[in-house]
Design a protein around this ligand. Structure first.
Ligand code: AMP
Length: 404
């Protein structure tokens, strides 16, 4: 099945055209700085994926997607010449709230529920919904599926998902923990079970999605029982530009002391904090590692704080699982940074997570899922390559195939 995967962000658009039978990518697209005068979109086609850059000043995310549909039909390099050659569309949706506990075909009823989820991820869900509407107009006969970041975490028990706030706020507004990166955590846990050669339902696995955003999940017998992200993807670990968990009293303190508005606080916590905020240099872990190497003390401290918080989350989840068989590292930092992995697991060997330094440092096998703990490590440490687009395409294929 030929699936167009659409991953709409607040100011970005990632898309791929994928052939699910052979897991083959036919087209890749990345639009960044969307909504600004500097917005651009790179589009490339198989087999050589040579990028063509298009300027997109002032266009919205869904307008960029409309432009991509035009390119797909008109570009002589494109594998399709008409939109009806796309069999299905798979949309990544950040928040599904309590309305969606699994992926769903987008019919009128599902579309209405999607609108109700918008306030749970006000930066991400509305542009994704606008993309869905635009494609429903352009390709009315092509089935669309919504794949939710939150769905995998719908198995969390109330003791994990409720906040210790007055109950009325849950009852009135459904304020609770929903988690995120669910597609990635589910995939990472399954791949780790494959590496261990045992059924996922028999295992306890801690999955660490460490990218620009980051979250850690306790996957007990195949089910998410707790995860570090919460009501929004701001909770939990320290991230590229997000603070992660802080004392909430800091927010009201800063608003009073510096007369910050709600929007300013939102920007500080989401865009100006985390690795960027502490290092004062960059949100990109590669830059910060380099600066620390060159002797920058704040860069070093940012890395130490990052590692400390990851270690605390892994240790915390070890405590609530019925068993722990493996810890999985995935996404940009988890997959690629041998140094970060070494620092994280240096503090966890006493819990039975013993890294093999040589295996950790192997670079030749990048991209391959593998075990990087010593043979006798009671808890295995694995690396799994995140491939969110393929997961979304597969999930879309499954649901659309069931439609007949
Ligand atoms: P993602 O959001 O999964 O694309 O991950 C992006 C993050 O991964 C950025 O902070 C990058 O700096 C980081 N990253 C990618 N490659 C490396 C690497 N080789 N070493 C350290 N960090 C990396």
């Amino acid at each position: 099945m030929r699936v167009l995967v659409v991953n709409a962000g607040s100011s970005s658009l990632k898309s791929q055209l994928l052939e699910t039978d052979g897991k083959i990518s036919l087209m890749k697209c990345l639009a960044e700085k969307v909504g600004t005068s500097d917005a651009y979109m790179n589009v490339s086609f198989a087999p050589d994926f040579k990028k063509t850059k298009y300027q997109m000043p002032g266009l919205s995310v869904s307008e960029c997607l409309a432009k991509l549909l035009d390119i797909l039909v008109e570009d002589p390099e494109s594998p399709i010449s008409a939109l009806d050659q796309i069999d299905a569309v798979g949309n990544r949706i950040v928040a599904g709230g309590e309305y969606f506990t699994k992926s769903a075909v987008i019919d009128d009823e599902a579309r209405e529920k999607l609108t109700l989820c918008e306030e749970l991820a006000p930066l991400h869900n509305p542009p994704a919904d606008a993309c869905i509407d635009m494609m429903r107009e352009h390709m009315p006969n092509t089935p669309q599926v919504a794949v939710f970041d939150t769905a995998f975490h719908s198995t969390m028990p109330p003791k994990a998902y409720l906040y210790p706030l007055p109950r009325e706020y849950y009852e009135k507004y459904r304020i609770r923990r929903y988690g995120a990166h669910g597609t990635s955590h589910r995939y990472a846990a399954q791949q780790a079970a494959n590496l261990l050669g045992r059924p996922l339902r028999d295992l306890g696995i801690i999955t660490c999605h460490l990218g620009n955003g980051g979250s850690i999940t306790a996957v007990n017998h195949g089910k998410s029982i707790d995860t570090t992200m919460g009501f929004t993807p701001l909770e939990g670990l320290m991230m590229g530009t997000r603070s992660g968990s802080i004392d909430p009293a800091i927010v009201t303190y800063l608003m009073r002391r510096e007369h910050k508005t709600f929007d300013e606080m939102d920007r500080i916590l989401n865009k100006e904090s985390g690795i960027l905020g502490v290092s004062g240099l960059s949100a990109d872990m590669r830059d910060v590692l380099q600066a620390a190497d060159d002797g920058d003390e704040w860069a070093e401290l940012a890395i130490e704080m990052y590692v400390h918080r990851v270690q605390k989350a892994i240790g915390g989840y070890y405590a609530i699982m019925t068993r722990t068989d493996a810890v999985v590292m995935t996404a940009g930092i988890g997959e690629n940074s041998a140094e970060l992995r070494e620092r994280i697991f240096a503090g966890l060997a006493h819990m039975g997570m013993i890294l093999d330094k040589d295996r950790n440092n192997v670079t030749g096998e990048i991209g391959l899922n593998r075990v990087i703990s010593i043979d006798d490590s009671p808890i295995k440490i694995c690396i799994v390559t995140a491939d969110e687009e393929i997961r979304i395409a597969r999930e879309t294929d499954n649901l659309v195939s069931q439609l007949g």
